[in-house]
Design a protein around this ligand. Structure first.
Ligand code: HEM
Length: 508
């Protein structure tokens, strides 16, 4: 009896201690005047639950509508929706470092934590990693590998034609969302190692790589709200991995290692190839102090895991909005037809097509890949807000593209409507006025992140996006999906289930 009483008292005292700690932290917080949900001011559990429920995009939009440009998402986390702060937070010197959220993306190898160029919170590590390979991601190099893009586009079209257009399969419904993923993963494999993984040929998610990538990203999205949890789960060597693996990229990683070994054992496989593996091996020769075999394998994995789903999501977003906007689709298709494009569409023939360009920009605006705030840490100088208030050093701050891209004061009327015309000069709009409007929109464009950590693959990805959209819409007439797509909202906003009927128009 006495023992039970003692235990009850101990628990009671523990609870009082915990609650008073939270209350004290709340009262003493330098962020206490920043509006936001009450629970968010006490604990990160609120945002953990919000991301777990995949409600973060709608919630953050509502909070900004309700409270303005600065809202509190956690005891130490603030979301800002003021475009004038973007260049400060995401500056090219990288003074606002990535937060611990990104540590969840590190790998655990033989008990050691291994950072990569995406996950690292250190500018030194980042520069050392990027310097040897930066030139491979230039527009010039993207155009050098256009023949690889063309090969993969030919394979995509021949698969679509035999499975959904020709002979007995005529009129069969195609889930174009799946096929865009197959294409993107195969293309990333092809440009990295001159070998496709085989998604398109097999017409399925080989080795469950796509499913795994999405599951791992869900872990990143949710656990990243309380990164300390990752130390207990994914980064805990004692965690029984047979129960559940949190970083199960083993199939994609294994494929990279195999390709590397193959090239090492038989260098003639790489002769005359313009693939990234050759580029990484060159980088190893040029920067032996920075690039070892491990780095080469790491670069390959980042290429595929960083590039495939992002590319696929962007293309799916553009496809979906075009399919749902018949007038925009018709105008783009007539521009493509008038250009009499070769097959697959050559980049030099499409880069200046103004309506295609406007559709792609509008797709990237409406469906940016990342659905979270890009978390950064306020440096020692603090962050002065337009109101004059200062966010103290150490605060986690960020902009969510799904919030900023939908601001009427930046992107004009009806931001929820797919309207490529917003990127074109209006009939009654002067040149200077137009340029100023476009600059405002471009300055708020977060589709590829920003500052020193902006997407490395951006030039290459854009060339590929233009080519895929122009080739597929120039060749087929995909019919509007009858139902809404399915969006899985996590760190990435994954589109699923875009059912179309494909046909080759008579006048194509
Ligand atoms: C349209 C397709 C793509 C989109 C929308 C996209 C988007 C992004 C975004 C938003 C970031 C910044 C994330 C952050 O700050 O947390 C990023 C980083 C990165 N992306 Fe992409 N990406 C795309 C394609 C690619 C491709 C094809 C590659 C590689 C071949 C690639 C490689 C990378 C790398 C290495 C980083 C890390 C950069 C750094 O921290 O310095 N991306 N990407």
């Amino acid at each position: 009896m006495a023992l039970t009483g003692l235990l009850t008292k101990a628990i009671g005292l523990g609870l009082v201690f915990l609650v008073s700690r939270y209350i004290l932290a709340y009262l003493q917080s330098p962020l206490k005047n920043i509006p936001g949900p009450l629970l968010a001011k006490f604990s990160n559990i609120w945002r953990f639950a919000n991301h777990y429920g995949q409600n973060h995009i709608e919630t953050q939009r509502k909070l900004h509508e309700q409270h303005g440009d600065v809202v509190r998402l956690g005891p130490n986390t603030v979301s800002v929706a003021d475009a004038s702060l973007i260049k400060t937070i995401y500056n090219t010197r990288g003074t606002f470092l990535k937060s611990d959220y990104y540590s969840v993306n590190d790998a655990l190898q033989d008990g050691h934590i291994i950072q990569n160029i995406f996950s690292t919170r250190s500018n030194e590590f980042h520069s050392r990693g990027v310097k040897p390979v930066q030139k491979l991601y230039s527009l010039q190099n993207a155009l050098q590998i256009e023949s690889i893009m063309n090969d993969d586009l030919r394979t995509l079209c021949s698969q679509l034609e035999s499975r959904f257009i020709n002979g007995g399969n005529k009129g069969k419904t195609c889930d174009i969302a799946d096929w865009i993923s197959y294409f993107a993963w195969d293309f990333l494999g092809d440009m990295t190692w001159s070998k496709r993984i085989g998604f398109m040929e097999q017409g399925k998610d080989v080795g469950d790589m796509l499913g795994t990538a999405e599951r791992v990203m869900r872990y990143f999205s949710v656990i990243g709200q309380i990164p300390a949890l990752d130390k207990l789960l994914g980064k805990n060597p004692k965690w029984p991995r047979s129960l559940y693996k949190f970083d199960d990229f083993s199939v994609a990683a294994g494929f990279s290692v195999e390709r590397f070994m193959e090239r090492m054992q038989n260098p003639s496989l790489g002769e005359g190839k313009k693939d990234f593996l050759n580029g990484f091996l060159e980088a190893k020769k040029e920067f032996p102090e920075l690039v070892t075999d491990n780095e080469v394998i790491g670069y390959m994995i980042i290429n595929v895991l960083g590039g495939a789903d992002t590319l696929a999501i962007v293309i799916k977003g553009i496809f979906y909005h075009l399919l749902k906007s018949p007038a925009a689709k018709a105008r783009m298709v007539s521009e493509l037809r008038a250009a009499h494009l070769a097959f697959p569409a050559p980049y030099t023939a499409i880069e200046h097509l103004s309506y295609l360009d406007a559709c792609i920009k509008e797709g990237l605006r409406m469906h940016p890949v990342v659905g979270h705030i890009f978390e950064r840490i306020v440096p020692a100088s603090g962050l002065t807000l337009p109101s004059g208030d200062v966010l103290p050093p150490g605060t986690i701050v960020g902009v969510n593209p799904w919030v900023i891209h939908y601001q009427e004061r930046i992107f004009g009327k009806e931001p929820h409507v797919f309207r490529p015309e917003r990127w074109l000069q209006g009939e009654e709009e002067g040149k200077l006025e137009y340029e100023a409007r476009i600059k405002k929109m471009k300055d708020a464009d977060m589709a590829f992140g920003g500052g020193n950590r902006i997407c490395l693959g951006r030039p290459l990805a854009l060339v590929e996006v233009y080519k895929v959209v122009a080739t597929v819409f120039g060749r087929y007439d995909p019919e509007d999906p009858s139902k809404e797509w399915d969006l899985h909202k996590q760190w990435f906003v994954w589109p699923h289930d875009i059912k179309v009927k494909l046909r080759v128009p008579d006048n194509a």
